[in-house]
Structures are given as structure tokens and as C-alpha cells.
Design a protein around this ligand. Structure first.
Ligand code: P6P
Length: 330
């Protein structure tokens, strides 16, 4: 019988009993609680009046799906009630949610993409929740711009993937670990300890419909990928689900890179620095991978705006480093 480890036991094992572990365990448990409710609702989406869009548009000018709004509300409500949380940013909400009632106890800022890839819900394709936890040092007053913390303030980050099974993959600075939800007991159990990118990059994930807008260098890189062999001598594969969490998760397990470039139409690309790029970059680095905007490491970027976008090249360390050289014209 394998040793059964649930999330709380794992966190206490990782952090011992210092205050950080209790804070993280509490905050991550709120995210996990919300994700269990989201998972339940996604799995019956076709049967409940929860498919389709709300007819409203978010700050990204994207149509808000009913489940987007539902997931956002669950996460914000459960996290706002926790005294150690000082502020919350969400891809679905224009401004930061400041919690002045926690100004003397709140030491953490949470950034959320409540339901990434939500346009896939109605066609039953995997989607995910992305979260990151930033620790304010010291737990001082939160000035207006102080919540825009860069990658070196991340204490923990992860995603919940609502797929053939519901998985939590996260890191609190001690490697990346995967937990699978056992719905019969409502617990996330450790199923993929110490996840690391394998030493082969056999997959590239990119939306090739936009290739006419790419730089010459990127077009050359993708053309080359079509004739390259991976370290096992096999041709590379193109896999693109249209859901960052799903593409990243597959690449983490089987080896590969996910690319969402800036292009002639959108020089900063589509993905959000705070809600998608930084948390996924934190995970990538913890798993021995690399994440870049094409020139600089994502975790070294200084956020200027809550909803700012960034190009994202993430995955196998050597492949991303090679791609950066190609994009620089080397
Ligand atoms: P496109 C979902 O909206 C998302 O943010 C990522 O999850 C996904 O990889 C990407 O956008 C898909 O965007 O432009 O290829 O449809």
C-alpha cells in the first residue's frame, strides 16, 4: 500500500511547523476547497444551467463564461475571508481587491486566473485554475503599487487541472508536486512527487494560425522543429489544446515547450504576466525548466500594471535557451 499523503501533511512535511507552513497550508486549502467545488460544477456543466457566456466582457475584452464568473466568485469569497490574505488580484476583476480589514494580519497577496482556457468548457476540453501566493516582507501596509510584486516575491504557485482527473500541481519552493483528487473522499492525494521536465523536448505547443504575423526568426525556429529529431531520434510533435494549463502539464510530464509569442498584431502577446506567466514560470523553474519573454526570464520582469501582458516561452530549459538565441538572431 503506497504511503498516502494528503496536501496538509505534505505542506507540514515540506515546511516543518514554521508560521509560513501554517499560512500556506491555510491559503492553499482555501484554493483547494474552491477547486473541489469548481471541479464538481465543471463535471456536471452539461447538465446544469452553467454553460455558455454571461454576455458580459472582462477587462481583457474577453466574453466572460458563466463558469469563469462562478469560479472567480468562489475563489475570491473563500480567500477574502482569510485574515492572512491582504489583497487579491484576478484576471476577471479590473482592480486589485484590497482587504484593509486585514491590514494588521495580512502578509500575502494572491493572484488568480480562476478558469484559464474557459472557452473550452462548452466543448468538454480540460481547463484550469492558476494561482500564485506572494509574501509581503515585512507584513507592512500595502501601498497602491506594492501589490505588483515580481517573481522573486512568489512564495508558492500552482494550478488545478480539471481534466480526466482533477489534479493540483504546485510548488512552495521545494520542488513541484502533483496531487490527484480522490472524489470519493474529497482529498487531494500525492500522486506525482518531485515532478521535473524530462531530458527531452519532443513537443512544441503554439497556435500556428498566427504564423503570418510571427517574426522571421520564430518562423524559422518552428520550420526547423518540423524536421528536428528529439534526443530519442524521433520527430517532434505539435500539440496545442488552447488551454495553457493542459499544454504546460503535458509538456512537464512528457517534455516540450509552450510558446505564446508577441506578434505584429499584439507585440505583448495575449497572456497575462501576473495571472499566468509568473505562476507558470515559478513552477517551470522549480521543475528544472525555463520561462522567458523571449529576451528576459519571466521571474525577473518588473510588473507595471495588474493586467499587463507578456510573450511567454516556457518549458524544457535547453530548448527555451536555444529559442532565445534564435529570436535574438544569433
Ligand atoms: P489562442 C486561454 O484563453 C489562453 O489564455 C491559454 O490558456 C491558451 O493557451 C491561449 O489563451 C489560447 O489562445 O489565441 O491560441 O486561442
Amino acid at each position: 500500500m503506497p504511503k498516502l499523503v494528503n496536501l496538509t501533511a505534505h505542506l507540514l512535511e515540506q515546511h516543518g511547523h514554521d508560521p509560513t507552513s501554517r499560512d500556506l497550508a491555510a491559503i492553499i486549502n482555501q484554493v483547494v476547497f474552491a477547486s473541489k467545488l469548481i471541479s464538481r460544477d465543471i463535471n456536471k456543466a452539461g447538465l446544469a444551467d452553467i454553460l455558455g457566456s454571461t454576455g458580459q466582457f472582462n477587462v481583457q475584452a474577453e466574453e466572460v463564461q458563466k463558469l469563469d464568473a462562478h469560479a472567480n466568485q468562489l475563489l475570491v469569497e473563500l480567500l477574502s475571508g482569510w485574515p492572512r490574505v491582504r489583497a487579491i488580484g484576478s484576471e476577471e476583476i479590473d482592480a486589485i481587491i484590497d482587504l484593509p480589514e486585514h491590514k494588521n494580519t495580512g502578509c500575502y497577496v494572491i493572484m488568480l486566473d480562476p478558469l484559464d482556457g474557459s472557452s473550452n468548457i462548452d466543448v468538454n476540453v480540460s481547463v484550469g485554475t492558476i494561482f500564485s501566493i506572494f509574501k509581503i516582507e515585512p507584513c507592512a501596509r500595502l501601498t497602491k503599487k506594492q501589490y505588483l510584486l515580481g517573481g522573486d516575491w512568489v512564495t508558492a504557485a500552482g494550478y488545478v487541472l480539471y481534466g480526466s482527473s482533477t489534479m493540483l500541481v504546485f510548488s512552495s519552493g521545494y520542488g513541484v508536486h502533483g496531487f490527484t483528487l480522490d472524489p470519493s473522499i474529497g482529498e487531494f492525494l500525492l500522486s506525482h512527487p518531485h515532478l521535473r521536465f524530462p531530458d527531452k523536448s519532443s513537443v512544441y505547443s503554439i497556435n500556428e494560425a498566427y504564423s503570418p504575423r510571427w517574426s522571421e526568426e520564430l518562423r524559422g525556429y518552428i520550420d526547423q522543429a518540423k524536421t528536428d529529431r528529439d534526443v530519442t531520434g524521433k520527430p517532434k510533435k505539435a500539440r496545442y489544446i488552447g488551454s495553457l494549463v493542459s499544454d504546460f502539464h503535458r509538456n512537464l510530464l512528457t517534455g516540450g515547450v509552450y510558446l505564446y509569442p508577441g506578434d505584429a498584431a499584439a507585440p505583448q502577446g495575449k497572456l497575462r504576466l501576473m495571472f499566468e506567466a509568473i505562476p507558470m514560470a515559478f513552477l517551470a523553474h522549480q521543475a528544472g525548466g525555463r520561462a522567458s519573454d523571449g529576451r528576459r526570464p519571466i521571474l525577473e520582469l518588473r510588473p507595471r500594471e495588474l493586467h499587463q501582458r507578456t510573450p511567454l516561452y516556457i518549458g524544457d530549459r535547453r530548448e527555451i535557451a536555444h529559442l532565445e538565441k534564435v529570436l535574438a538572431g544569433a
